[in-house]
Unconditional design. Sequence first.
Length: 95
Amino acid sequence: MSVFRVRIEPHGWSFDAPDHQTLMKSARQAGIEMPRSCQNGTCRTCVCTLLSGQVRYRIEWPGLSPEDKAAGSILPRVALPTSAALIVVHATTQA
């Protein structure tokens, strides 16, 4: 198992994310609440932008179009980290 450091901008918050756990679950364990509504990323409430790093998905998620992916959009609800990452989340609260 690998663990990667993820930074959330514009807030400057960071958390550790194991490669087997979604970004959202790892953030929540660190006290960071990210926007969410569904359980599988299809509602797009959690969409944010990946500025650097890489993620993977267990299956191809319908919540992102090819254009979204090309623009750097990811679904942290279902995205698994494969490297350290810098993401932009527009509405978060730190517990």
